[in-house]
Design a protein around this ligand. Structure first.
Ligand SMILES: [Zn+2]
Length: 257
């Protein structure tokens, strides 16, 4: 890494947060193109999908959760290993931190490196970085799928294949057909591709499309609440675009993790 300053280091503008209920007890916490999180409220506890970058930023998500429920936050699911998604996890005091086995491997192999480089590149996304106590280690790992019952609510946690990283994980609420996709899908943003598997990403996305989600919370960008999935993509652009993200020139952003 050179000592040259990144343009992102001057990117300090605050983003507007939207905390929206997409279905009963299923929320999208979206941040105008910064990393999103999800919140699922069950009978006796809460699950957070993606922990945010620091405990202080996680505290803002906890404040939002406390506007809708006082139930304990018992579960944190990591959609992938990127620092900006995982390093806030300690704030929740959750009993369970879930990641795919491949994500666990990436935390072990590259977690420290990703943390160091991302904190330097994106100071706004790592506000109060000094509050991060260390790498986030899962307490539960799974191979391709597991099911958590939050009381009567079924939550499926799936590793549908590789794409944005080798450990990509999605969270699926089969009853309401709400999908939390992590960075496999971004809306109005350009996915970081330094850990990507271009050859496999389209097939993984096809699995998401086959689930026919009614609503989808992407890794970045607004929640998608009208099911218009065009798959497979019909244009030649598909060959070069690994994501079903809408990527207009105006909406394209610097690729971030
Ligand atoms: Zn990412």
């Amino acid at each position: 890494m050179s000592s040259k300053a990144f343009a992102s280091q001057g990117d300090l503008e605050e983003k507007k947060v939207t905390f929206a209920e997409l279905g009963e007890g299923a929320y999208a916490y979206t941040t105008e193109g910064d990393p999103n999180s999800g919140v699922i409220v069950g009978d006796e506890g809460v699950m957070v999908v993606d922990a945010r970058a620091t405990p202080v930023l996680a505290g803002e998500l906890i404040d939002a959760i406390r506007t809708v429920t006082d139930k304990p936050i018992r579960w944190v699911v990591l959609t992938h290993y990127h620092a900006v998604r995982v390093l806030g996890a300690s704030a929740y005091g959750a009993e369970h931190i879930v990641a795919s086995e491949a994500t666990f491997e990436l935390i072990r192999e590259r977690g420290a490196q990703d943390w160091a480089s991302e904190v330097q590149r994106f100071p706004r996304l790592f506000r109060s970085a000094e509050t991060v106590p260390g790498l986030t280690w899962p307490t539960i790992t799974f191979d391709t799928r597991m099911t958590v019952w939050l009381g009567k609510r079924e939550v499926q946690i799936l590793h549908p294949g590789r794409g944005h990283t080798k450990g990509d994980t999605i969270v699926w609420l089969p009853e309401s057909r709400i999908l939390y996709s992590g960075d496999l899908v971004e809306y109005g943003a350009t996915p970081y591709a330094g850990d990507a598997y271009f050859g496999e990403w389209p097939a993984t996305l096809a699995k998401l499309a086959a689930m026919k989600p009614a609503k989808l919370v992407p890794g970045r960008g607004d929640a998608l609440t009208t099911p218009k999935i065009h798959w497979p993509p019909s244009t030649a652009r598909a060959a070069s675009s690994p994501s079903c993200t809408t990527r207009s020139a105006a909406g394209a952003r610097r690729a971030t993790r």
